[in-house]
Write a protein that binds this ligand. Structure first.
Ligand SMILES: *Cc1c(COP(=O)(O)O)cnc(C)c1O
Length: 496
């Protein structure tokens, strides 16, 4: 059955998957949502005999219904290939009583690769399908990991340019180095004086700028988004939850139909929303455990039904989760508000205005699938050390937030359901925080020395993604204020 995409703010909009991928965002400021969530067609037993690429096809074809089999299979095989350092693509590691779903085996060693290695292919295929001749300009705000993964995905892709904005003082030194050393004529990187929310708001404003859009159009350009609000990112993220379940099934760790818990370190609410979609497709999931760092807007939301971004923004050791406006939550709000675009638009208007909204009692009642928790900086560091001490397993700071919240959940509920923890970054990406957590004697060492120590400790070779930035030249040194983002775009595209 065909899936069409409407907007969370206006039910009048109905577009095909390829059109939603190309546009990124609907014109009314909402987000594209599928008009229904398709059910899995193959049985879990059948899926457990498939490899990652085959599972990806079985899941994605249900959402991207206007892609031909050949088109979609091409996208999948171009994405999930030797850029990943393991054939399994997303391996499961058992440590300290739960399963870590390692989503960091791609080119930039963070989970963003899972979607951003396929998005450029989905986008260029969508452009061909829709006879788009204009050059696609990807505009992206990043809290650290998206930027590099998007740059790496789009670099050198014919018919595209990519511009990435990141908070100048809000990403780790290694994250920044990864971005500013990016090669490729079609790549642009800008540090902004502001935080991630400023960068994201700036990008949203540029997208909404009609006058700019007309000038772009005349010059043969069209914007699109690689942010996690693009359904071309959301859909590939559903795949690995289905894959993880079927691996556990294949290895006899669970029986067919047995429920599992999923724990996700959350920022923009994209990754956990994908797990929610997987559950609604029929994947046996009991609880979706949403883990936040000290920016615990979501924890408060799940507890009280009030979303309130009016608070101090904390810079933490898990910067990819330092977010006060979780964009993808709008899709959940829309869902629990009975797909009523007007109701949803009201909440989002309040969020824009007062920075706050409260959902109705009826909607609160529909949040039973979720459990919200958070970890302080100290708890995060303690979790890294204790996982290392107990299991000899080194996790990054984001994954540690999730593991910590999972332990709080266990303590509170005693729920022993098999748990899969999304492991969203390689510890090498956050070597300083990780090593300091293990032993304070590392505090004085330089970043790359820490990388080498970590390699020795964890008995894992330094990933190429880190190895190559040791000596790579800085190719991007653009900096602007949060009001200067539009001028930057005009300059890069020679529109001014
Ligand atoms: C982006 C990111 C997250 C948060 O994912 P969302 O989909 O934004 O909730 C968590 N951990 C890492 C390492 C990330 O890069």
């Amino acid at each position: 059955m065909e899936v069409l995409y409407s907007s969370t703010r206006d039910s009048g909009i109905r577009v095909k998957a390829s059109e939603a991928i190309l546009k990124g965002l609907p014109d009314d400021g909402g987000l594209f949502v599928p008009d229904h969530i398709p059910a899995l067609e193959k049985s879990l037993a059948e899926l457990s005999d498939m490899d990652y690429q085959e599972v990806a096809y079985e899941v994605m074809r249900l959402y991207l219904t206007d892609f031909t089999e050949e088109e979609l299979k091409n996208c999948i095989s171009n994405a999930y290939d030797s850029k990943f350092d393991t054939k399994e693509i997303a391996p499961l590691t058992h440590a300290d009583g739960s399963y870590f779903l390692e989503l960091f085996h791609g080119a930039t060693i963070a989970f963003k690769d899972m979607a951003l290695s396929i998005l450029p292919h989905l986008m260029t295929a969508s452009a061909r399908k829709n006879n788009v001749k204009k050059e696609i300009v990807i505009l992206t705000a990043t809290s650290g990991d998206t930027g590099k993964a998007a740059l790496s995905g789009f670099a050198g892709v014919e018919g595209t340019k990519i511009i990435v904005f990141y908070p100048k003082n809000g990403v780790s030194p290694i994250q920044e180095l990864q971005m500013v050393t990016q090669k490729g004529e079609n790549t642009y990187v800008v540090g902004i004086h502001g935080n991630f929310d400023d960068a994201q708001t700036g990008v949203k404003n540029i997208f909404a700028d009609k006058e700019l859009e007309e000038r772009m159009d005349r010059q043969g350009y069209q914007f699109s988004s690689a942010n996690s609000i693009n359904i071309g990112r959301l859909v590939p993220q559903i795949v690995y939850y289905v894959y993880a379940y079927t691996r556990l099934l294949k290895e006899g760790k669970i029986t067919e139909g047995e429920k599992i818990n999923i724990v996700v370190p959350t920022g923009n609410f994209g990754n956990i929303l994908a797990a929610f979609y997987a559950k609604n497709m029929g994947l046996p999931i009991h609880r979706l455990i949403c883990a936040s760092n000290e920016n615990k807007v979501l924890y408060d939301f799940f507890r009280t039904g009030i979303y309130d971004k009016n608070r101090e923004f904390a810079l933490t050791s898990s910067p990819s989760m330092d977010i006060l406006i979780s964009s993808n939550l709008e899709r959940l709000i829309y869902w629990i508000g009975e797909n009523d675009p007007e109701k949803n638009a009201c909440f989002m208007k309040a969020l824009n205005g007062e920075g706050k909204y409260e959902i109705t009692e009826g909607m609160k009642g529909q949040l039973g699938d979720f459990y919200g928790g958070y970890a302080s900086e100290k708890e995060t560091a303690d979790t890294i050390r204790s996982l290392w001490d107990k299991a000899g397993y080194v996790v990054d700071t984001h994954t540690a937030v999730a593991a910590c919240v999972y332990h709080k959940y266990l303590g509170e509920t005693g729920d022993k359901t098999t748990a899969v923890i999304a492991s969203t970054a390689s510890p090498f990406k956050f070597a300083r925080s990780v090593m300091s957590a293990i032993d304070e004697k590392y505090d004085a060492m330089a970043d790359f020395e820490l990388v080498d120590r970590l390699s020795g400790l964890a008995k894992v070779t330094v990933p190429p993604a880190i190895e190559e930035i040791r000596s790579a030249p800085v190719l991007h040194d653009n900096i602007c204020g949060k009001d200067g983002m539009k001028q930057m775009v005009e300059r890069f595209l020679k529109l001014a």
